[in-house]
Design a protein around this ligand. Structure first.
Ligand SMILES: *[C@@H]1O[C@H](CO)[C@@H](O)[C@H](O)[C@H]1NC(C)=O
Length: 317
């Protein structure tokens, strides 16, 4: 067997280990970036942890919307914990190498957790839609069982596809270079290093992105177009204002998350540089998880009141 493989082994050296370049072009700033990202990680954990806790313990927030929001915050904590700590270690130690297995594991978790983020955002917009456009049947349509099924469905639907996708990508051989110009193992920086015919892989990535990113995004657009047409028919300006304030928080998160996500995973190939890609990916990996709790809590009277209740009840016990 070995004798037959010899010619190919001589012409290409297999990559055994990757190097995550990350911010190596600004390596003189690495302690500053380390501090910055550590602070961001702590903010993400505290902010999303608070939302998770408050939606669990406060009876006033036991509604579908806050159940979805709590679960989304939990998801964000998991998602971020697969990218940021590794980035911090790389920045802190200045050692950037990552084994193929670690890289594949990271990619797999990022993809498996990325899919439910998209689906949960779509579920949240559907919840707004039923609440506003089908108010009378709301408690019937959004009962406990349906909510649990929607969340569980969001979580598990991506698992088989994303594991398959990771397997497919890591069964390629890498011989071009082992330097990943990114700060975590995302799909396209890895595909750029693969050698041989990768057209089919690129197509698969594209199809999966359409299913898991574009379809939820279109569902959100449809929900919101129905919401807007219903709201415009409302006569009272106060009820209009209320609907807009609830929906604008969600829309802000949707824009921050899907905008860069769609540009990254669905743009025509090589239309921008790896550096643009790095900056864009910071949005869905770090900026959205950081801003999400702030967007929801600062602009939301229910959450603020629940936090005050919780604080008062616990400080007089
Ligand atoms: C979110 O939903 C998933 C799937 O149903 C579940 O496994 C997980 O425990 C939930 N997390 C929280 C914090 O509610």
């Amino acid at each position: 067997m070995n004798q037959h493989q010899k010619p190919t082994e001589e012409s290409r050296t297999e990559v055994m280990e990757f190097v995550l370049l990350g911010f190596s072009d600004v390596s003189h700033l690495h302690w500053f970036l380390f501090g910055l990202f550590l602070a961001i990680y702590i903010i993400i954990l505290l902010g999303n942890g608070t939302i998770l806790l408050i939606t669990k313990v406060e009876p006033t927030l036991h509604t579908p919307m806050y159940y979805f929001l709590g679960n989304f915050s939990f998801l964000e904590i998991c998602y971020v914990s697969f990218t940021l700590p590794r980035m911090l270690v790389n920045l802190g130690t200045q050692r950037r190498s990552i084994s193929l297995v670690a890289c594949a594991t990271q990619m797999c978790f990022v993809l498996v957790l990325g899919a439910p983020e998209c689906f949960l955002l779509a579920v949240m917009s559907y919840d707004h839609y039923v609440d506003i456009c089908n108010t009378l049947n709301y408690s019937l349509l959004m009962n406990h069982k349906v909510c649990t099924q929607l969340v569980t469905g969001s979580w598990i639907s991506g698992i088989p596809v994303q594991i398959g996708q990771t397997f497919q990508i890591f069964s390629l051989s890498f011989c071009a270079s082992n330097q990943i110009n990114h700060f975590f193992c995302d799909i396209s920086p890895i595909l750029n290093l693969a050698c041989g015919e990768i057209f089919v892989n690129k197509m698969m990535v594209y199809i999966v992105a359409v299913l898991f990113v574009l379809v939820p995004f279109l569902l959100i657009l449809i929900s919101y177009s129905k919401i807007i047409s219903t709201v415009l028919k409302l006569s009272s300006t106060t009820s209009r204002a209320k609907v807009f304030s609830t929906c604008s928080s969600h829309l802000a998160v949707v824009g921050l998350f899907f905008g860069p996500g769609i540009i990254t995973y669905l743009r025509p190939k090589s239309s921008h540089s790896p550096d643009t890609e790095k900056v864009l990916s910071l949005f869905y990996t770090i900026v959205t998880p950081m801003l999400n709790p702030m967007i929801y809590s600062l602009r939301n009277k229910d959450v603020i009141m629940a936090l005050e209740n919780y604080y008062i009840n616990n400080s007089f016990e």
